[in-house]
Design a binder for this molecule. Structure first.
Ligand code: CTP
Ligand code: CA
Length: 228
């Protein structure tokens, strides 16, 4: 039987995606992390692969199987993730769906911290590198299309607009993760696609907002890939 070939609009394009949380060690047995299932990033990787792209997925610790046909690189910390992302360049499109831990512990214990009469261990936090901002601000190796995510619990659009300008990316997929929205860890997402209009414009006034109806994470992935 002859079937018409599946359309492969991203054939020949290299797509780099981050997904999942990062784990920042406190000591050999404990870590700081964000809540993230990795489902949205994995769904985007699968959708981009189905569209014909050559996909590299750099993922923090998640309990998801590798999407077929995708190069998956598993990492733990934000710094590992940044290094693997840099090593995976160049790319035509980069999509940063990971929930990167903003801070790591500066005084990481070499041995397991023990409970003592002296009280709780003081944890000193330092800021992690911002992977999205780092890649958005590259000169030669900046992917032509850089897409970030913004998970917010309040002032969703305003915060996302500020983020697109601050980070220097081209698009942001903003989603409401307030407890009332019920999306954390689930299979659905309500997102808004913010796009910067005009390559040189980074003012918040030149940002277009498109609000999508509630969809499964797979549908969000398919729609995003269609936009790309
Ligand atoms: N991001 C990243 N590296 C970081 C922090 C965030 O690559 N160290 C990326 C995320 O993958 C996402 C985007 O930046 O695509 C926005 O992440 P978010 O946590 O919403 O933004 P922050 O700048 O960390 O701001 P805040 O958490 O204070 O809202
Ligand atoms: Ca953050």
């Amino acid at each position: 039987i002859l079937r018409p070939p599946r359309p492969r609009p991203l054939a020949g394009k290299r797509v780099l995606i981050t997904a999942g949380p990062t784990h920042e060690p406190i000591d050999p047995v404990r870590y700081i992390a964000n809540r993230s299932s990795g489902k949205q990033g994995f769904a985007i990787a699968a959708a981009a692969q189905a569209a014909g792209a050559d996909v590299t997925l750099v993922s923090g610790p998640v309990e998801l199987r590798d999407p077929a046909g995708v190069t998956v690189i598993r990492v733990e910390s934000a710094r590992d993730m940044l290094h693997k992302v840099e090593a995976a360049l160049p790319a035509d499109i980069a999509i940063f769906a990971a929930a990167v831990a903003d801070w790591r512990v500066a005084n990481e214990g070499e041995q397991k911290l023990k409970k003592t009469a002296a009280g709780m261990p003081p944890l000193q936090l330092v800021e992690n590198p911002d992977i999205l901002a780092t890649i958005s601000k590259l000169k030669e190796k900046r992917p032509p299309l850089v897409i970030g995510f913004a998970a917010e619990t309040e002032h969703l659009i305003d915060n996302a607009k500020a983020k697109i300008a601050r980070k220097g990316c081209d698009w942001i997929v903003a989603n409401d993760v307030s407890p009332a929205s019920g999306v954390m860890g689930g299979d659905r997402n309500t997102v808004h696609l913010l796009t910067r209009e005009g390559a040189d414009k980074i003012g918040v006034d030149s940002i277009n907002v498109e609000s999508w109806p509630v969809m499964t994470k797979e549908q969000v992935a398919t729609e995003l890939v269609a936009k790309i």
